[in-house]
Design a protein around this ligand. Structure first.
Ligand SMILES: [Zn+2]
Length: 217
């Protein structure tokens, strides 16, 4: 009879087998949720035969349900401009790429989920505010004349704002201004003038949340 007993380390195969077959209690502890969560979420619980749980699948499933990261206002504003195609509008895909890469670098997949959430919100808002309707076209002559007049006026204004906004574009520091109340958007809020130092007014306007809630487009 041996007088001392040496605890032998479990082999890698044994550990893997254990991870593929957790009890309900251990599975719940692994993901820091009550056991009832496993019963309420059978599609995520990664249950195997015989009332056991697969740790690898369970963790992957739970990670996939994590909420998007809470981005700070400055970063959220940049992301919203990417989602709204502000940068690709001027072929500045490099600026858009840098914004999204910085979000990924700081927040990982939760940051990319935040970008997706911003895109989803943008699409929902605009699909509701400005749904597509079949156009009723004027005659070709009227259509062209109207477009020429509009383009002339816009070009004049655009030339001015392009020059003013170029430097701000390079730095990713443009803000939208509401055409109705002149507030500008900064992250989650719409602030009264003046625009913060170092930022420039975007050449396009955007109606603020308050004015939209009053039915203005
Ligand atoms: Zn407004």
């Amino acid at each position: 009879m041996p007088t001392t007993r040496k605890a032998s380390k479990p082999s890698s195969d044994t550990q893997r087998a254990v991870l593929r077959s957790l009890s309900q209690q251990v599975a719940a502890e692994l993901i820091d949720r009550p056991a009832v969560w496993l019963r309420d979420n059978p599609h995520l619980a990664a249950r195997t035969d015989g009332d056991r749980y697969n740790a690898r699948e369970l963790v992957a499933n739970v990670l996939a349900t994590q909420p998007p990261a809470e981005l700070p206002d400055g970063m959220l504003e940049a992301v919203r401009q990417v989602v709204e195609c502000v940068y690709p509008d001027g072929n500045r895909f490099d600026v858009a790429l840098a914004v999204v890469e910085s979000v990924e670098k700081r927040f990982g997949n939760a940051g990319l989920a935040a970008v997706g959430a911003a895109l989803l919100r943008h699409l929902r808002e605009w699909n509701e505010l400005d749904p597509w309707r079949p156009p009723s076209l004027p005659s070709e002559t009227e259509f062209v004349a109207e477009a020429v007049e509009k383009a002339k006026a816009e070009s004049k204004e655009r030339h001015r704002t392009l020059a003013e906004g170029w430097e701000a574009t390079e730095a990713g520091r443009l803000v939208y201004v509401c055409p109705h109340c002149k507030r500008h958007r900064f992250g989650r809020s719409w602030n009264p003038p003046p625009i913060p130092t170092g930022y420039a007014e975007h050449e396009h306007t955007m109606t603020c949340d308050g004015c939209r809630s009053k039915g203005r487009l």
